[in-house]
Design a protein around this ligand. Sequence first.
Ligand code: ADP
Ligand code: MG
Length: 262
Amino acid sequence: MSLLEIQDLHVSIDGKKVLNGLNLTMEKGEVHVIMGPNGSGKSTLTMTILGYPSYNITAGKMTFSGTELNSMPIYERAKLGISIAYQTPPEIRGVKLRDIIRISGNKPLWNPQDEPEENIATPLLKKVGLNPEQFRDRDIGVGFSGGERKRAEIAQVFAAMPRLMILDEPDSGVDIDSLKTIAVDLGEYIKEQNCACLIITHYRHILPYLKPDIAHVMCGGKIMKSGNPFEVFTQIEEKGYCEYLGLCPPGIKEETERGMEI
Ligand code: ADP
Ligand code: MG
């Protein structure tokens, strides 16, 4: 039985069809890369796997270790071991970073009387290269740089100890040194925990650390091609998406010519 199995998935948001017959199978411990032009449905796929109610499944089926996900609420999916780092992590005023990390790990909020030294969020913040003294007590995302937000998100994902982590452009807006820190941590985590990872990226920098098994290229709400990640990246860098895929639906050409999201 596969860890994640998605068959002929069709999804609409506010009546707009976004996913159009997507198929994807992941086994335990596998690392899959998803690429594709802006607007091809990559983030929609991640939000649908996690179970956001506004992402309306009109056809198809998703299972996780054989359990059907389609109508399961988000918190049940999180309990099964699915965790996501969002493309655009939210700012939440009034909630401390240390507390969301503890909640992600199913731990009670920090009470200095029971636990003189905070010992759940602190090591995870260190692990992702954020100084706990400076970040622990800050409101989530508020005033964080792009890279700091991404690292704080990954600390929450690590806290959840997922069986499947979904990372939506973890490398966007992150400087090259931080990128290496994040990539090394992710690579170690995947190996140690035998965790499966679905990673959306436009760049190859982190691939050597994550050792992906396969790359998929999405366009128009479905996976159009799959192959060896390094070969797929090389071809797309040379040819661009339209020529690589051998098609160019309306809207896609203009998007790719304008450049990728940063
Ligand atoms: P990607 O992550 O591949 O860039 P997305 O999955 O974010 O693409 O978006 C796919 C398409 O769905 C886009 O055309 C986008 O405008 C549309 N879309 C995403 N979210 C919404 C929404 N909440 N309401 C309406 N359209 C949406
Ligand atoms: Mg996206």
